[in-house]
Design a protein. Structure first.
Length: 68
């Protein structure tokens, strides 16, 4: 994805993740000194997806769910 097609208004700022099976919680990872954001089901750097993009972390083999 090029920076020209990146649409910041479709990002979601998230706070924490929680396991679907237990009480485990995890802070959202940071990149370039700020929390990553959610876009199209992936975590992206606040500077844009060309900087860094990663999958949602897993626990017990399942993706963590987003909590605020």
């Amino acid at each position: 994805m090029s920076k020209e097609s990146w649409e910041p208004e479709t990002e979601y700022i998230i706070q924490k993740f929680e396991c679907q099976e237990c009480n485990y919680t995890e802070e959202v990872p940071t990149h370039c000194g700020k929390p990553m954001r959610l876009k199209d089901g992936r975590l992206i750097c606040w500077m844009g997806p060309d900087c860094e993009s990663s999958d949602i972390p897993e626990h017990h083999g399942k993706p963590l769910k987003i909590i605020q």
